[in-house]
Design a protein around this ligand. Structure first.
Ligand code: GLC
Ligand code: GLC
Length: 817
């Protein structure tokens, strides 16, 4: 069952009922000011950091779901005996609407609704160049008679630090402060401005108002929720000026509309920072100059429309970096719109703020951010460059790294510390992807601090060497890399041995175990070690490349011997040196990660092990909704394995379909030339292909979720944790570079598709290193292999399009065969 449809020409997903199985959200903002907005107008706003600079409140864990947002109330007083209150997004009053449509577009959302022949259209977005969210609200009277309407706005301020805001009531209920100007048209939220903050927030409307409220209790009534505000029931605000408690911003506008008449209002929710020495315009009165400038930039519809057009152009331009036209509508839709869009959102948010990540939890993950980069480096290479430097700056001198860092300070997070032994290698993955994309070797010469300490800074290439050496020098009894606290699978905690609730699986126990090893990291070392060796070669350091390849050989050997279980790759060795992910185990006999990653790294291909490993995946882990992370599920808690066995069977890392590593298996299949199977795996978790089962899947049908419940779970097929997942980047890498086969190498783009039978011919436009490539691929009856490649009319040998300085356009014809 569906709850909407894709409108590809508008680049929108259209939701046709507010009662989706879960809130279906969108993200507004591209640089520093962001909002989450659901299809019922729930959500919140922050500046740069969802924990430290939260503008509006949201209540996670609330009943019902999705219960704070930025709301408009329409009170239709036309029939004085039958006044009706409703919201354009249905929540929070939940009056049944005559019409409802939410369109989530790229960086904006619209809500078109009507009740009793009054129609509202709300457009909301964050403009490209301002720290504000703009909402354009148009109310139209479609009745045959005059309509009497009162419009109320409502936002609830968060007292900046979202974590403290929901805990520290003894202080917070006394700190709230506001200012009100223009009889309420503009409301300034200035809590803590008098002391150490030099920022405030505004909520403003471009019209005179008939009333306002800034005290939540005055507007709602102390025992009401936003579903039944006293002020709305009474038909008027109370002009309250908050002092402590919970400050809000609400404006009241009375309207009389003739038949057919429309009125439009522009609301701005903005963030303003003043210079330290220019905070006040008078004692106790905030300097409003920058706020007034912001307000005047959006004072009329033309200005708002121009800002929206600018936003839409930005996206159009961005997405034109990789564009496919094929006979597969769903592939085109994902590649051209939604997958790239999700990659950008994960770039902006890492794992910080979604409806499942509360914005107060983890900062940016080292490994997560490096992998996210793989999905957006072709879109915003300059920002990817900066991101790499930021991430590398949190590395330690021995090559290990803080597992997380705070986006605002860019400092490593010492609560979680280091010891996740896959982390260092992801830095190589991200850097290599950046250089293959841009050819910019200068990044390797950048001087980058360790642990943010400039006195011990070295070149980025030295950082990569530390990464490489960390793995090379931290190996266990079988010559496989030590796992530390965990590798990619945060829940495989082989050195943890936690026996008491409340202990963090991530940080409990010794981080370094001298015994527990990871075959997955072995796969990474072979893959990214080789990428490191290539970088060394590019810098002219042949000896280092050779040394690296010697080290890689040793780990490769270990992977195909100690790391091989007979029919598939072992997952790990635990702290007692017992196998994890082996036929010898009672539960958890086979794990997905080493099968996908070892094979995509090329391990066991020539020995015939790769074929076997992927066959085993198909036989043991595959389901109709995707490939499960392990089987059989753990039915009891294993002290020696940690969190993986703490989840009920079928969920999360315990035999869920962890979407992130499905593309690894799909890529692995392309390495073996299996186009049919690679594409089959791609489709199983692909949002556009599973839109039809939105009632089972539950999460947004336009983005990937982190996890889909596995076969052992009661709710098999149900998605969880949508939006912020490395799945976005990896699926984009998979479809764009491996299945469609346009892969950036150091020497230029290579063309090597691996597509299913009957996929058909396709064209790709790819911007790369300042040139446009118009690539047309003819399938010619095969799944893999390039028979001929013609570039600008000349046939070239091999499958790499030679890069020529100065050439701005390449016409490429590739014939498979
Ligand atoms: C979460 C984490 C990621 C980890 C994965 C598997 O998605 O963000 O870092 O690799 O879980 O445990
Ligand atoms: C839990 C989750 C895992 C996540 C980790 C870090 O272990 O199961 O997916 O990566 O927390 O937040």
């Amino acid at each position: 069952m569906k709850y909407g449809f894709f409108d590809d020409s508008a680049l929108e997903y259209v939701i046709t009922t507010p009662k989706t199985p879960l809130p279906w959200i969108n993200y507004l903002g591209n640089k520093e000011f962001f909002s989450l907005i659901s299809n019922t107008c729930g959500g919140y706003t922050f500046y740069k950091d969802a924990k430290l600079l939260r503008l509006t409140r949201y209540r996670y864990n609330n009943v019902p779901y999705d219960n704070n947002g930025k709301y408009f109330y329409i009170k239709d007083n036309t029939d004085s005996n039958n006044q009706v209150v409703w919201n354009p997004g249905w929540q929070p009053v939940k009056t049944v609407l005559d019409k409802y449509e939410c369109r989530h577009g790229l960086g904006y959302s619209t809500f078109t609704s009507s009740k009793n022949d009054v129609e509202t259209k709300v457009l909301t977005f964050v403009p490209m160049n301002d720290n504000c969210e703009v909402s354009k609200v148009t109310i139209t009277n479609n009745k045959g008679t005059d309509a009497l309407i009162t419009l109320f706005s409502y936002v609830e301020w968060c007292l900046w630090n979202a974590d403290d805001d929901m805990k520290n009531f003894q202080r917070n209920l006394s700190t709230g402060e506001v200012e009100v100007t223009d009889n309420g048209s503009t409301i300034y939220h200035k809590t803590e401005y008098r002391e150490r903050r030099n920022h405030y927030a505004i909520y403003s409307v471009n019209a005179p108002v008939d009333g306002f409220d800034t005290s939540r209790d005055a507007f709602l009534g102390a025992y009401n929720g936003p579903d039944s505000p006293d002020a709305v029931a009474a038909g008027k605000c109370t002009n309250s000026v908050a002092s402590g408690w919970s400050p809000i911003a609400s404006q009241q506008i009375n309207l009389s509309l003739k038949p057919g008449e429309s009125k439009t209002f522009i609301f701005i929710l903005g963030y303003i920072e003043n210079p330290e020495d220019d905070k006040w315009e008078a004692p106790g009165v905030v300097n409003k100059k920058p706020a007034l400038e912001m307000i005047s930039s959006y004072k009329d519809e033309a200005a708002v429309d121009a800002a929206l057009a600018e936003l839409k152009n930005y996206w159009k331009e961005l997405l034109s970096n990789y564009h496919i036209s094929s006979t597969n509508e769903k592939v085109d839709r994902m590649v051209n719109i939604w997958n790239q869009y999700q990659c950008m959102v994960t770039f902006n948010m890492s794992r910080s703020a979604s409806y499942y990540e509360s914005g107060i939890g983890r900062g940016m993950g080292f490994r997560d951010s490096c992998q996210d980069l793989l999905g957006f480096v072709h879109l915003i290479p300059d920002r990817a460059r900066q991101r790499i430097i930021d991430i590398a700056s949190t590395q330690f001198q021995d090559g290990s790294a803080y597992h997380q860092y705070q986006p605002l300070t860019k400092k490593g997070n010492s609560d979680i510390g280091s010891g996740f032994n896959d982390d260092p290698l992801w830095l190589i993955a991200g850097t290599s992807a950046y250089i293959r994309e841009t050819g910019d070797l200068s990044i390797l010469k950048e001087i980058v601090p360790f642990d943010n300490d400039m006195s011990v800074a070295k070149t980025l290439m030295e950082h990569l060497k530390c990464s490489f050496n960390f793995t090379a020098t931290h190996k266990g009894p079988h010559g496989l890399p030590l796992i530390g606290r965990a590798d990619w699978n945060d829940c495989l905690n082989l050195n943890c041995f936690s026996e008491h609730p409340g202990e963090s699986f991530q940080t409990f126990g010794p981080s370094e175990g001298p015994v527990a090893e990871s075959v997955f990291i072995a796969g990474m070392f072979v893959k990214y070690g080789e990428e490191y060796a290539q970088l060394a070669e590019l810098l002219g350091d042949k000896a280092e490349a050779e040394r690296a390849r010697e080290e890689i050989k040793k780990v490769y050997e270990a992977a195909i011997t100690a790391g091989w279980d007979g029919e598939w790759f072992v997952r790990a060795y635990d702290a007692y040196s017992n196998k994890v992910g082996s036929k010898e185990c009672e539960e958890g006999q086979i794990y997905i990660e080493p099968q996908g990653f070892c094979v995509l790294a090329g391990i066991g291909v020539k020995e015939g092990l790769a074929e076997k490993a992927l066959k085993s995946v198909e036989e043991r882990l595959d389901t109709k909704y995707g490939v499960m992370i392990l089987q059989p599920a753990y039915t009891k808690y294993h002290l020696e394995l940690g969190e993986v066995s703490s989840y009920p069977p079928g969920y999360k890392e315990n035999a869920g379909i962890f979407c992130h590593n499905n593309p690894w298996v799909s890529i692995a299949e392309t390495v073996l030339g299996h186009g049919d199977r690679a594409f089959e795996i791609y489709k199983k978790t692909c949002p556009a292909y599973i839109e039809e089962i939105s009632d089972v899947h539950c999460t947004e049908p336009y983005v990937y979720s982190q996890m889909v419940a596995g076969r052992d779970a009661k709710f098999f097929g149900q998605g969880k944790n949508s939006w912020l997942t490395g799945t976005a980047a990896w699926t984009f890498v998979n479809i764009s570079q491996y299945i469609l086969g346009v892969y950036p190498t150091h020497n230029g783009l290579s063309i090597d598709p691996c597509i299913p039978e009957g996929f058909g011919d396709f064209q790709i436009t790819r911007k790369y290193r300042g040139a446009v490539y118009n690539i047309s691929v003819k399938q010619n009856g095969v799944q893999k292999g390039i028979k001929s490649l013609t570039v600008n009319g000349k046939e070239v040998s091999g499958n790499i399009i030679p890069y020529e300085e100065g050439v701005k356009e390449y016409t490429v014809e590739a014939i498979m065969g």
